[in-house]
Design a protein around this ligand. Structure first.
Ligand SMILES: NC(=O)c1ccc[n+]([C@@H]2O[C@H](COP(=O)([O-])OP(=O)(O)OC[C@H]3O[C@@H](n4cnc5c(N)ncnc54)[C@H](OP(=O)(O)O)[C@@H]3O)[C@@H](O)[C@H]2O)c1
Length: 289
């Protein structure tokens, strides 16, 4: 990699940020296509978010990914946001277009691509989505008008009720919602063929936990878990045991990163290169340590 005065700088801001896989994903793609770009990770504390975005303008940083805890607040400091960002009230990608900062959200695009590229026909799918946090909202907005049926279950009923109201405004379509419990999962999984976990359960130190009682899983189900640390969550290993099809969180991670890459470079993202580099990084470093 030759860095010069013309090299375009991209990066990710968040806190904590040291375990991010984004530099691996993006630099692999820049190098593969011989693009004069570099991608770095920046730790930005919440109180410093506004200054960091001003810094993006003054240092002429070309593009940023935005991760926790800044996805909502960052939109206050941008010049333009697209309609998805407006609906979600959060952005994960910024493009610096000649000093104007444009905000996008690629999480939903990433989830849809992950499903489609793994052979899921959304138009015939009856979906149970677990979680109405940032990622759950993004997924709900991107699949609501594509699937046959969508039910969203969340522990905090107020959050999922708000999501349902927002979805109805945009799609004029009935979306069902209930409080997340093993009973509501059991009832709704009976007639569903796609289960998506968009909660934190099963992540990191809680990797022995699953949000779904294994007895409720069935072989004719596709199960996508968006948690990517660990890659095979307890939910996915339980799903494999009953013979269900599984899709891990790396798929969505790569496709949302690919959508950001395409916004910054205008080039088609080399998906397999990005995936291989990330798997190599994970196998070298263990469970993201
Ligand atoms: N693969 C990818 O590309 C990708 C992209 C984005 C996020 N993610 C992953 O997705 C997960 C969620 O991220 P997020 O940004 O949506 O986080 P978030 O906004 O904090 O939302 C967390 C969600 O998890 C639920 N939850 C947390 N603990 C729970 C528990 N013990 N029981 C039931 N529900 C529980 C919350 O329910 P309440 O509302 O009731 O609190 C909420 O729905 C994280 O693991 C993140 O790493 C992956």
């Amino acid at each position: 990699m030759d860095i010069s005065g013309k090299t375009k700088i991209c990066g990710v801001i968040g806190n904590p940020i040291q375990h991010t896989l984004s530099p691996t994903i993006q630099n692999a793609a820049f190098n593969h296509l011989n693009l004069d770009f570099i991608f770095l990770a920046f730790k930005v504390r919440p109180a410093e978010l506004e200054m960091a975005i001003q810094g993006m303008r003054s240092l002429d940083i070309h593009g940023l990914n935005v991760t926790m805890p800044h996805k909502n607040k960052v939109i206050n400091y941008l010049d333009e946001i697209d309609s998805t960002v407006e609906s979600l009230n959060s952005a994960n990608t910024i493009v610096n277009k000649k000093g104007r900062l444009l905000g996008f959200s690629t999480d939903g695009i990433g989830a849809v691509k992950a499903l489609q590229e793994n052979g899921v026909d959304l138009s015939s799918s009856k979906v149970v989505l677990l979680g109405a946090g940032g990622a759950g909202r993004a997924i709900a907005f991107s699949i609501a008008d594509k699937v046959k049926d969508l039910i969203v279950l969340n522990r905090d009923i107020k959050k999922v009720k708000n999501l349902e109201l927002d979805l109805k405004l945009k799609f004029d379509k009935n979306i069902h919602y209930e409080t997340l419990s093993q009973d509501s999962i059991q009832k709704n999984l009976r007639s569903s063929d796609l289960l998506i976990n968009a909660t934190n359960v099963g992540m990191g130190p809680n990797s022995k936990l699953s949000i779904v009682d294994p007895k409720l899983l069935k072989s004719d189900l596709t199960v996508m878990d968006i948690v990517y640390n660990p890659l095979e969550t307890k939910l996915l290993s339980d799903a494999k045991i009953v013979g269900a099809k599984t899709i891990n969180g790396l798929e969505m991670l790569i496709y949302q990163g690919a959508a950001s890459f395409e916004l910054w470079t205008g080039r088609k993202a080399p998906i397999e290169i990005m995936k291989l580099a990330t798997l190599k990084q994970i196998s070298n470093k263990g469970a993201f340590n």
